[in-house]
Design a protein around this ligand. Sequence first.
Ligand code: DC
Length: 228
Amino acid sequence: MKKITVAIDGYSSCGKSTVAKDLAREVGYVYVDSGAMYRCVTLFCQQKNLITDGKVEEVKLRSLLPQVKIEFRKNAEGKADAYLNGENVESEIRSLKVSSQVSIVAALPFVREALVALQQEMGKAKGVVMDGRDIGTTVFPDAELKIFMTADPEVRAQRRYLELKEKGQEEPFEAILENVKQRDYIDEHREVSPLRKADDAVVLDNGNITREEQKEFILNLFKQRTGA
Ligand code: DC
């Protein structure tokens, strides 16, 4: 069966990673969480105190960026954890502290340039499912299957709330909803690679469907595109 590239883009907390992981597992592809890479750079900025009053010290970050090493390593459960300079940061990068500053870091053109190059390298052999905001538009404009996911902000905030609670990081629902809306706005309005649906992407609104239904929906599209 021919190998393809699957690009899954959409709003934050839409369940992109659930869809992407389910599909990758089902068809034996590699899953790459591009958002985790922007989160790692954000955590690095926080570790080095490069963000003050919502502004990043760009000159410093630019000079330090070559020192940022991002990897994904499989854990005991077979899931890929994000590593920043050799340290497992999988849990830390999902905190509200990182979430609240990641959009400003992801809006920096030189950060995007570096991470897009890394993502293209990771996916060059195809057989990859990558999720993010600009995968179908910028990283892999020739991807054979592009999905654009969406759902109401309240639904997404509720999901994030439960996700954080499960990890023992309970935060007020209102703060999470505010963060979701704020990130939508910044993601859609940034100058470089703003979040938008690629013309040839299939829209999936998963506010009212089950995980099984969405899995089947995507798997059918995958079969069509691979000719399986
Ligand atoms: O998917 P996520 O919520 O983990 O992504 C974290 C942030 O990174 C999100 O606010 C937007 C940004 N991002 C991006 O700009 N481009 C990507 N390809 C992936 C994520």
